[in-house]
Write a protein that binds this ligand. Structure first.
Ligand SMILES: *Cc1c(COP(=O)(O)O)cnc(C)c1O
Length: 360
């Protein structure tokens, strides 16, 4: 079976963990500081604050950006639940907007139409590694005085007009969960241009203290360990090469797949292909599921991200009309695109997908 996702862990990651274990200093320390500095080079030199997960990065990012009880934050419903959960954890209210079905990302026009007096921020998600329409969101931000926050959990090294994800929002949060384009085992990173926000993030993640036992604010313990940071540093060094391989794999699939809708890439954007997500046209989830079952029988793994929009999950249960989201959840399916695919596996994916799509 060609798996839908595959973390790549090599000897360098093992050696890095061993180095930290031998040092005897396991908690947040010099490895975390080095990881933050190295990550900063990929986000225009902005401040980087490491966390124990992408969800913590989003949660504390909202608090540091000034989201307070009752503030509305507009988010897509077509995302991982953590996108909206983190708004609630920070005391805010997620307001779910629809997506642009071409890019699968938050639709700026629909998001703008949902702005009220209570709206404090809009958080687009760079879903699947396609950067959201950040130029449009900047206009909306200027016009209405709302903050833009990025859920960049899937967006490592995606870009628009030469600017990477993380370089647009008041804060941006990345994830290093094992299936993301790079991993630290678990982990997250908050990126910001604002030194005050960066300082608040450092306080919040460490019990509110900069100097030990002089707690300034009510804080958390969401520190990253040096063990995780050591893995992250090795993976970060490999990330540009892996991203180029994902892009080459995607280009091969784009050129050869037939009978399915291949991923769209917006002008002046670079897709980093966290997922290679196609659509099986027809708005028929049973047909899509049959497609997945049949390619699976022929050895090609796939996944649906995400089968239920967040607003309809038992944790939210909201009755909303988001037609593009409802259509896309029935048609989308992600194929393997990860950097360890061989040429022969890519050829297998193409022949199996084309054969099954033609016979549906
Ligand atoms: C993975 C992910 C998160 C959460 O990151 P964790 O590191 O798993 O906590 C948040 N948002 C999106 C869009 C994600 O894909």
């Amino acid at each position: 079976m060609i798996p839908a996702a595959k973390p790549i862990i090599g000897d360098e990651e093992r050696a890095a963990v061993d180095r930290v274990l031998k040092s005897g200093m396991l908690a947040q320390g010099p490895e975390v500081a080095a990881f933050e500095e190295e990550f900063s080079k990929h986000v225009g030199g902005r401040h980087c604050v490491a966390m124990n997960s992408g969800t913590s990065a989003l949660h504390l990012g909202f608090i540091a950006a000034g989201i307070e009880r009752g503030d509305e934050v507009i988010v897509p419903s077509f995302s991982f639940a953590a996108t909206a959960n983190s708004v609630v954890l920070a005391g805010g209210v997620p307001v779910f907007a629809d997506i642009d079905p071409k890019t699968f990302n938050l639709d700026p026009d629909h998001a703008e139409s949902l702005i009220t007096k209570k709206t404090k921020a809009i958080m687009p998600v760079h879903l699947y590694g396609h950067i959201a329409a950040m130029d449009r969101f900047a206009e909306i931000s200027n016009k209405h005085g709302v903050k833009i926050i990025e859920d960049a959990a899937q967006g490592h090294l995606a870009s628009l007009n030469g600017r990477n994800t993380g370089e647009f929002g008041v804060v941006a949060s990345f994830s290093f969960y094992p299936t993301k384009n790079m991993t630290a085992g678990e982990g997250g990173m908050v990126v910001t241009e604002d030194a005050g926000i960066a300082r608040m993030l450092r306080l919040l993640r460490n019990q509110g203290q900069e100097i030990r036992y002089q707690n300034e604010v009510i804080g958390f313990n969401t520190r990253m360990t040096d063990i995780h940071a050591a893995i992250g540093r090795v993976q970060l060094a490999k990330l540009p090469g892996w991203t180029a391989t994902r892009q080459a794999n995607a280009a091969y699939l784009d050129a050869n797949l037939k009978g399915v809708v291949t991923p769209f890439v917006a002008p002046n954007s670079k897709h980093s292909y966290h997922q290679y997500t196609i659509r099986i046209p027809g708005g028929d989830a049973a047909k899509r599921d049959e497609f997945m079952k049949r390619i699976g029988e022929k050895g090609v793994g796939s996944g649906v991200y995400y089968p239920t929009p967040i607003h309809r999950l038992p944790s939210f249960k909201l009755d909303l009309s988001l037609p593009e989201t409802e259509l896309v959840i029935k048609e989308c399916v992600s194929l393997p695109v990860h950097p360890s695919l061989t040429q022969s596996e890519l050829e297998t994916i193409v022949s199996v997908v084309n054969e099954v799509a033609a016979s549906l």
